[in-house]
Design a protein. Structure first.
Length: 291
């Protein structure tokens, strides 16, 4: 019986991998056809997905890692956490290769942006979270090291919708990059607003209950205009691509209530989404919160 169950689970996960790989391939084709490119410096802000960097396809995977210093609780109206998101990029790598055991031999780009985030409970169902990050990004295919920094503010309001737990979120973000003695070679900004609806599933994982979430987010981008040199930009929401000013993202994610955790390291939500608008489209694999 156990062997049969394992075979069924293995078949299910292979189907999931095939769907993800096909989605990745579609997203890459759309990005390439539209000439979309990304600056590796802003890979952490762009998030997981498939993009075009100077004519080369790159798959970016962002792993959000955070450690609570003071947790936001019912009794405490504020909290603080340290986060160290790690981002890896693989050039000229097809996600479908993983299905036949072909994995990339080296990392094409990587970034590490340690930062701090404060959570303040403005009302019982309203949390405001300012944050700041500073770190470095490196393109190992010949690009120079870039220092990257960002500041932002997030606001999330929670409310019930029938048997679903709903959230309305807004966020503004500004990021800068320095590759020479100039403290600001390039910058990237965005504002977003969206909704998420979560519902418990009929099974548990240890002491936690599994849940599923459906979400939709609208993005607006701020451009960095340059007169004499070509601009770089962050995708799948290229802030400085001419004609690309806004996009919409829809998707779903899986998680648990409360979050599965080991020591102080919690298990992030995992999801997949499709972001589109202004002629650019891409599939993203998401680790962590939508907002």
């Amino acid at each position: 019986m156990t062997e049969g169950r394992n075979v069924m689970m293995g078949a299910m996960w292979r189907r999931i991998l095939v769907v993800v790989a096909l989605g990745f391939g579609f997203g890459a084709a759309r990005a390439q056809d539209n000439g979309g490119q990304i600056s590796f410096a802003f890979a952490a802000q762009a998030g997981s997905g498939i993009y075009d960097v100077e004519g080369r396809i790159i798959q970016i995977y962002r792993i959000p890692i955070s450690f609570p210093v003071k947790s936001l609780t019912e009794e405490r109206r504020w909290g603080v956490s340290v986060r160290t998101p790690v981002t890896f990029g693989f050039y000229d790598y097809n996600a479908a290769d993983a299905l036949v055991g072909n994995f990339p031999s080296h990392i094409g780009a990587a970034s590490l942006l340690p930062g701090v985030r404060f959570d303040v409970r403005a009302k019982d169902n309203w949390i405001v979270s300012p944050y700041a990050d500073f770190g470095a990004a490196k393109d190992f295919s010949g690009g120079s090291l870039a220092w990257v920094y960002d500041v932002g503010m997030e606001s999330v309001v929670s409310f019930p919708v029938g048997s679903w737990a709903a959230r309305a979120g807004q966020e503004v973000l500004w990021a800068g990059a320095a590759q020479t003695a100039d403290p600001l070679n390039d910058w990237y900004g965005e504002a977003k607003a969206g909704f998420e609806f979560r519902h418990e599933l009929g099974f548990s994982m240890g002491k936690s209950r599994a849940d599923i979430g459906l979400f939709g987010v609208y993005y607006r981008y701020f451009k960095h205009e340059r007169e004499s040199t070509a601009v770089t930009y962050a995708a799948p929401a290229p802030a400085t691509v001419p004609g690309v000013n806004e996009q919409t993202e829809i998707g779903l994610s899986f998680g648990s209530r409360p979050k599965l955790a080991w020591w102080k390291l919690s298990m992030p939500k995992i999801g997949v989404s499709y972001r589109f608008g202004d002629g650019i489209g891409t599939v993203r694999i998401i680790f962590g919160e939508i907002f």
